[in-house]
Design a protein around this ligand. Structure first.
Ligand SMILES: Cc1cc2nc3c(=O)[nH]c(=O)nc-3n(C[C@H](O)[C@H](O)[C@H](O)COP(=O)(O)OP(=O)(O)OC[C@H]3O[C@@H](n4cnc5c(N)ncnc54)[C@H](O)[C@@H]3O)c2cc1C
Length: 494
């Protein structure tokens, strides 16, 4: 059964969660109307009614009525609830989305479907693997992050019926909505590398992409005195495209600090053709690689691991497109798994041909269903899949939902911003910021974005986590403009 988590706090906000008596009937009527609506304009009208009903509820319902049921469906029928705004996924995007919308509209009823009790600050995983941060610091309880008035449905969303404005949960329950926001992140396809799941977390096979195994990365790095270390990168898209190489630099710097760097053969095995998607940064990273004496293997895609034998097999594509298999011995291998849209999105009517939530690149509205929006890693937008992108996407989706509620047209607002703080050593970061089309768009003027800076390392370890937990997730908007003009003088020098 899905659980609607109701916190025992402020009566005012809790009242907005609960429908009782006459207001239940109103909301139910609104729900059934919403289900039969096909056009976006009808959806808008219903939402205004629903918002009015909620306002009335908030004023009428007393604190002691909070424990009342969310809906009163007869026991024999599958349960159906209705919320004006329903969010699928409570990660970086879902939590910031819910809390930001709550700040902008205090009485709008918002429900969020999220199965996990733990919320991870995933950008911290790189420095956990590098031994410079702890998993404890990167973990919080989901319940502590959501505003008390957000209804947390602790379950998996499984199917979508956008024509009926309905989402079905793994429990079998359905939830209807006026507006849907889809942000369940992406799927890590560990099983696409033969033998990986059996050996991950032992035999020197580690990955920062799993909270279960990220600490093992540091164990591997700490324990090695010499040998061959492989760092793999699968085909794009992946979340944080810089992460596969960031951990490599941290490992190399550890070895250097211990005076044992020369004992290692460090190899970057990348399915892609170059160091980074944005040439300006790729060039600068080539220098970092050379400084550590790292070997690069492009067009080299990990397909199989034999952990006990410590052998990794790659499918290598040469310049003429000819494929062959190459097997390498390793003492440690850091694996970045292949990634794709979640299966339940791929098989849904919301997906584009690639399986991602089919969105307009700039409004983040669904290309077919006007009352559906999406953001974060699950979206089809061709930006770098990062929490930094989410920070810029959230205000656009919030604004557009509020505009639709007021019967106004959606507006463009997202320029494709993404950012990757590339940890080039244990005390420096190259802060790569860019937007659609590979435009270099720094947030700070006068600072060459290719420079490896200590200040950004402090940002990575202290500043960015603080911003994430205490600014972005609680729904504050941080509008630091990122501008191509700031990069011009450095691009001219390139
Ligand atoms: C190693 C690593 C390093 C990174 N480094 C950086 C960095 O330096 N900077 C940066 O900006 N970003 C970085 N990222 C990327 C960043 O963490 C993601 O881009 C960001 O978390 C995306 O947010 P999201 O909400 O789309 O997905 P997530 O934060 O992954 O959240 C998705 C949520 O959806 C939930 N969900 C899944 N399936 C369902 C379902 N069926 N129903 C309901 N809910 C569901 C999940 O439980 C999860 O809570 C890094 C990521 C990793 C792994």
């Amino acid at each position: 059964m899905a659980t609607s988590k109701v916190k025992e706090t402020k009566a005012k906000t809790e009242a907005a969660k609960t429908k009782s008596g006459a207001t239940k009937a109103k909301a139910k009527a609104s729900a059934s109307k919403a289900k039969t609506k096909a056009s976006a304009s009808k959806v808008k009208a219903s939402s205004v009614k629903a918002a009015a009903a909620i306002k009335a509820t908030a004023e009428e319902v007393k604190a002691e009525e909070v424990k009342a049921q969310v809906t009163s469906t007869p026991k024999s029928e599958p349960k159906v609830s209705h919320y004006p705004v329903l969010i699928v996924g409570g990660g970086a995007a879902g939590v910031s989305m819910a809390n930001t919308l709550r700040r902008k509209s205090t009485l709008l009823e918002i429900a969020l479907i999220e199965p996990s009790e733990q919320h991870y600050y995933q950008p911290g995983f790189t420095i956990i693997g590098g031994g410079a941060y702890s998993l404890k610091k990167a973990t919080k309880q989901e319940a502590d992050l959501l505003h008390p008035s957000i209804i947390w449905v602790k379950d998996f969303a499984e199917t979508f019926e956008p024509e009926k404005n309905s989402v079905t949960l793994r429990s079998g329950e359905s939830i209807t909505y006026d507006y849907l926001v889809v942000c369940p992140g992406l799927q890590l396809d560990w099983d696409k590398i033969s033998g990986l799941e059996e050996t991950l977390g032992k035999n020197g096979v580690c990955s920062n992409y799993s909270p279960k195994h990220v600490e093992y990365t540091w164990e591997c790095i700490k324990g090695l005195e010499s040998g061959t270390t492989l760092f793999t990168q699968p085909p794009m898209p992946i979340k944080c495209a810089g992460a596969p190489q960031k951990i490599m630099y941290l490992a190399a710097d550890r070895f250097r600090k211990k005076g044992i760097l020369d004992n290692f053969d460090i190899q970057f095995c990348n399915a892609g053709p170059g160091m980074f998607g944005v040439p300006f940064f790729a060039k600068a990273l080539t220098k970092v690689i050379a400084d550590y004496g790292i070997t690069t293997n492009f067009g080299s895609n990990l397909v199989e691991i034999d952990g006990e034998a410590k052998k990794a097999t790659f499918e290598v594509t040469d310049g003429d497109g000819k494929k062959s298999k190459v097997t390498k011995d390793f003492d440690m291998i850091h694996v970045t798994p292949p990634q794709s849209a979640p299966d339940f999105i791929k098989s849904s009517p919301l997906a584009n041909a690639g399986g991602w939530v089919d969105l307009n690149d700039r409004t983040l509205q669904h290309n077919k269903f006007a009352n559906i929006f999406g953001l974060g890693d699950a979206g089809s937008t061709p930006n770098a899949k990062t929490a930094a992108a989410v920070r810029k996407q959230v205000p656009v989706v919030v604004k557009n939902i509020l505009r639709l509620i007021k019967n106004e047209a959606v507006q463009e607002g997202y320029e494709g911003y993404g950012s990757c703080p590339l940890t080039t050593s244990l005390s420096t970061v190259m802060l790569a910021e860019f937007s659609y089309g590979g435009k270099v768009t720094p947030s700070f003027p006068k600072l060459d974005p290719r420079e490896n800076r200590f200040i950004w390392w402090i940002g990575k370890k202290i500043g960015f986590p603080w911003l994430y937990w205490y600014w972005m997730l609680p729904g504050h908007t941080l509008d630091i403009p990122s501008k191509e003009s700031y990069a011009k003088e450095f691009l001219d020098q390139d």
